[in-house]
Write a protein that binds this ligand. Structure first.
Ligand code: CS2
Ligand code: MG
Length: 402
């Protein structure tokens, strides 16, 4: 099955997406997501100008050799742009191989390990009361796991809190600047979970994303303060460039820790997993080198009883979510999958064979990963430059993690 053509489709049905489409001499096509929020065109160029010329004429069945070719052959290894580009090719090739075999992707990975995929939903509110209402609304929608994020008194904008329902942080043609105060957040967040746990009871899994904003000792303090509320996980409690930071957090709290959505390779995860400093690895198909590399990360994690908790925000396209659900259906050390519903406009551009039902998601039996793209419809939504915000400390304007 020879690759005869490949092209990058950039569209913006509510937010920007970058999709790679590979065509073959057997008339089969494969799709891969290459969306890197706020840096979309960098990956599109990497694919168009550097990767696609190398694909034409190659055997689409040689997934592993092509992965190694694009990884080692680049000389300049890793990083979000390179690994998102490799991920798009890898995902499209797995889609093609599964279509050529006439099988849904999870079958090629080794078949089902579970009948359905536990997902968590996003409940966010202006304040504690509004967030409690949103958590209860998600519980009533059937979610058994809910992430709670709320506004913080004294801060105008905080991560995860949108203006009603749909939340897209990349919202401006230049980065908007937000104020941050860890002290205000640390005072507020335990009170939030006291109210949420009180309202929702013991059986619903509760999750929270600290979104990389705390120092290691602040993260230890938060983890400890949240222990009475038995969180499923505390996510990205501190930036993870320095894995040792998590040793300090571990010393002080048993709150489970999740990390990895900004990781691009096994090397970013290795120390945290081997040292048992995390409980869930959040790497996902589009930013961690595709299905081939994500499997390696999951296999290492399994040795240490670390489970998967793939990133699934709306800036990951339905192509990524479709492929991730097949991965989740197969992976033995599955933990949970993030689920943020895309807009109707996005779902129309990406016809897909997966569904949400009562707190779980189900991938379909369509050969491949089950997601396609309507190119004519996509063409109606041209790219619009959009950046993620930046954070500055409220008291002196110091640039901080967003
Ligand atoms: C977040 C993301 O869903 C999450 O866990 O951390 O929404 C993240 O902010 C975006 O993907 C950034 O593009
Ligand atoms: Mg996150």
């Amino acid at each position: 099955m020879k690759i005869t053509a490949a092209r990058v489709i950039v569209c913006c049905p509510g937010r920007n997406f970058v999709t790679l489409k590979i065509e073959t001499d057997q008339g089969l096509t494969g799709l891969g997501d290459a969306t890197l929020n706020g840096r979309e065109l960098a990956v599109a160029s990497y694919l168009n100008d550097h990767v696609i010329p190398c694909l034409i004429g190659r055997d689409a069945h040689q997934i592993e050799d092509l992965w190694q070719y694009l990884y080692k052959g680049a000389y300049w290894r890793r990083g979000p742009v390179t690994m998102s580009a490799i991920a798009a090719v890898d995902t499209a090739l797995w889609d093609l191989k599964a279509k050529a075999a006439g099988l849904p992707l999870y079958q090629l990975l080794g078949g089902r390990s579970r009948s359905r995929v536990l997902v968590y939903g996003h409940a966010n509110g202006r304040d504690i009361e509004h967030t409690v209402d949103e958590v209860l609304r998600h519980r009533d929608m059937g979610f058994q796991a809910i992430r709670a994020q709320s506004g913080v008194p004294g801060l105008d904008k905080v991560y995860g809190v949108g203006q009603g329902g749909f939340y897209e942080p990349a919202d401006a043609s230049l980065p908007s600047e937000h104020d941050w105060s860890s002290e205000k957040y640390l005072r507020h967040t335990p009170a939030l979970f006291a109210a949420v746990r009180e309202a929702v009871g013991p059986d619903v899994h509760l999750l929270h994303d600290a979104h990389h904003r705390l120092t290691p000792i602040e993260a230890a303090r938060l983890g400890k303060a949240l222990e009475p509320f038995h969180l499923f996980w505390l996510e990205d409690a501190t930036p993870a460039e320095n894995p040792q930071a998590f040793a300090l957090i571990r010393q002080h709290t048993t709150t489970p820790l999740a990390v990895g959505e900004v990781f691009n390779s096994l090397w970013d995860c290795k120390t945290l997993i081997e040292q048992q400093w995390i409980d869930y690895i959040r790497t996902t198909v589009v930013h961690a080198g595709g299905i081939s590399h994500l499997r390696r990360i999951a296999d290492l994690a399994a040795l240490y009883q670390v489970r998967t908790g793939c990133h699934g925000a709306t800036d990951l396209s339905p192509v990524c979510i479709g492929a991730a659900l097949h991965f989740d259906t197969w992976v033995p050390n599955f933990g949970i999958q993030e689920y943020m519903p895309h807009t109707e406009a996005t779902l129309a551009v990406f016809p897909h064979d997966y569904r949400f039902e009562q707190g779980f998601m189900y991938c379909g039996e369509t050969p491949g990963h089950g997601v396609d793209i309507d190119e004519a419809l996509a063409a109606r939504y041209p790219y619009q430059r959009a950046y993620l915000p930046v954070n500055r400390l409220q008291h002196d304007g110091t640039l901080w993690s967003w």
